[in-house]
Design a protein around this ligand. Structure first.
Ligand SMILES: Cc1cc2nc3c(=O)[nH]c(=O)nc-3n(C[C@H](O)[C@H](O)[C@H](O)COP(=O)(O)OP(=O)(O)OC[C@H]3O[C@@H](n4cnc5c(N)ncnc54)[C@H](O)[C@@H]3O)c2cc1C
Length: 514
């Protein structure tokens, strides 16, 4: 992959004095006009092409928003965090026609056993057509989401970082690491835990700093497999996290507590791994030939705000927590799914006045809850006698179906209910993938539009038909007469009265057209 070469001279104060045009960037064409010399302006610039940034780009493209994703790395990440896509994320994939693609690359596993690794199976009849976990390496899910965004028309500029920005009433001027200045109407920081965008915005990131670091990598071992397995079983009882798991023919995935907290920008060395293995297991297993080595911490932090004017934050840029229960990527992708259609509506000009602010109102409490459940899980994984006693008690309590169900609905994010005001329990929740006359409900949501699912066959989405589809289907497996779904699949209205429906269409989809 080649990196873009820019030719403009920086001025004496280091800034570039002219607007860059598409012709300055090999391989990049201005989506505004298709002409090489058109000013390089976008509706949205996204900092970071991790899973959150790629998902957001794709969601925006469903609504023809001109998107540029700026990614500081030349190539996609190569280190393998085996990530679980939980039920709600799998539902999102189904809603956008991506499920078959991700299923081909992952392994389905039972959905239970993720809360603090307490080995309880998922309760019977989990409320989803996709009630399993998909084990899939993070680089693979990132690649699939990036491909999806590009297929839909997003532009990705690699080997450039967002280094600065200024916002005004009409837009944001974004400065890249090469000194180039681009113009967009909005900027979204999906640039990970150390987010430059968040720091430059001056948004607070309160919480707890990292107390323990963990080393993680892939390498070969110099001792027989049985010897490794016996030692790991013994040590795993007292040291969490600790494992050496075979990964392919000769390679092992190695996780071992680090000696202390350090600057995670510095990758660990093989010698660091050897020393820690010797300290904890009494042997370094003869590890050698590393494929990659990394380090992660257990800091827990939440951005004070998700939006300042025309600049927003999503994913790890907005929240971080220890990777227990496998929720971080899922949370970020779901942020993007919540934000995409709202930001698109703002840009297309039909968004009701407060729509964009519902992004923070809905997603900030969800992240707060995830941070809290990971704090609880950290305690439950401690080897200390007190937390161990609490863990035994919770293990007993999880034999009660309601307790087990509550915890799994939390981890899988299918229990989320946004506050849309008073109404039936289904209001504000996502609707599962039910059977409808045309097949599956989620198959009708691929275009990211609203949907009026009408069992009465006498309602209409009339003036909103450019934004909301209407499905009249008395056979739909639903125990209410009619629901209005937002593009993210959450239930925005339940009822059978046309005037009430029109009020809610206005609330979520703005003024009727025509
Ligand atoms: C060991 C481990 C295991 C995990 N397991 C799971 C799991 O099972 N399930 C789960 O859901 N989550 C898991 N996570 C968490 C998950 O990896 C993160 O939550 C996820 O990567 C967040 O995605 P993101 O797109 O928000 O940020 P990132 O993945 O960090 O992506 C940010 C991107 O922005 C780029 N960038 C940074 N700064 C700039 C800049 N200034 N300009 C342009 N680009 C920039 C970066 O290069 C990067 O590509 C795990 C994490 C760890 C450490």
């Amino acid at each position: 992959m080649h990196s873009p070469q820019f030719t403009a001279e920086p001025s004496s104060n280091g800034t570039v004095e002219r607007d860059f045009t598409a012709g300055d960037v090999p391989g990049l064409r201005s989506p505004a006009s298709g002409a090489d010399r058109a000013p390089l302006t976008f509706d949205v610039i996204i900092a970071g092409c991790g899973p959150t940034g790629a998902m957001l780009a794709a969601e925006l493209r469903l609504h023809d928003v001109r998107v540029l994703v700026v990614e500081k790395e030349t190539e996609p990440k190569s280190f393998v965090r085996i990530v679980g896509l939980h039920v709600r994320s799998l539902e999102l994939m189904a809603m956008r026609g991506l499920l078959d693609r991700v299923l081909q690359h992952g392994r389905q596993r039972p959905a239970g056993g993720f809360f603090a690794a307490i080995p309880k199976p998922a309760p019977e009849g989990l409320d989803s057509a996709h009630a399993y976990l998909l084990g899939i390496p993070q680089p693979v899910i990132e690649r699939l989401l990036e491909e999806h965004a590009i297929e839909l028309g997003a532009q990705v500029l690699r080997d450039r970082a967002v280094a600065g920005f200024e916002q005004d009433d009409e837009g944001v001027t974004v400065e890249l690491s090469g000194g180039e200045r681009l113009r967009s109407r909005y900027l979204v920081g999906c640039d990970g835990a150390r987010s430059t965008v968040r720091k430059l915005l001056g948004v607070g990131f309160p919480g707890e700093p990292s107390r323990t670091d963990t080393l993680m990598g892939e390498m070969k071992v110099g001792v027989p497999r049985e010897e490794v397995a016996a030692k790991v079983a013994e040590i795993g009882k007292t040291h969490r996290p600790f494992w050496l798991r075979p990964f392919g023919e000769e390679v092992y995935s190695v996780v071992v507590p680090a000696a202390g907290v350090s600057d995670r920008a510095e990758p660990p060395t093989l010698e660091d791994f050897k020393q820690r293995l010797r300290t904890i297991a009494g042997t370094d297993f003869g590890v050698h030939s590393p494929r990659w080595l990394s380090r992660f911490g257990d800091a827990t932090r939440l951005a004070e705000r998700y939006r300042v004017g025309r600049v927003l934050l999503a994913g790890d840029a907005a929240h971080i927590h220890p990777p227990i229960g496998g929720q971080g990527l899922n949370l970020g992708v779901q942020d993007a799914f919540n934000l995409g259609w709202k930001l698109a509506a703002q840009i297309r000009g039909w968004a009701p006045e407060t729509l964009l602010d519902t992004y923070q109102a809905e997603r900030h409490p969800v992240a707060e809850d995830v941070l809290d459940n990971t704090r609880a899980q950290v305690q439950l994984l401690s080897a200390e006698p007190g937390p161990q006693a609490v863990r035994r008690l919770l293990t007993e309590l999880m034999d009660f179906d309601e307790v087990n169900r509550h915890l799994i609905e939390k981890i899988t994010a299918i229990g989320i209910r946004y506050d849309f005001g008073e109404g039936p329990d289904l209001l504000g929740r996502r609707l599962r993938d039910i059977d409808v006359r045309q097949g599956h409900l989620y198959g009708l949501l691929h275009r990211g539009r609203g949907l009026l699912l009408d069992r009465t066959e006498r309602l209409t989405a009339g003036g909103w038909s450019d934004r909301v589809d209407h499905l009249a289907d008395p056979t739909a497996v639903l125990d209410v007469p009619c629901v209005l779904l937002r593009p993210d699949g959450h239930v925005a209205w339940i009822g059978d009265d046309q005037q009430d429906l029109d009020d809610h269409l206005s609330r979520w989809f703005g003024k009727p057209s025509g």
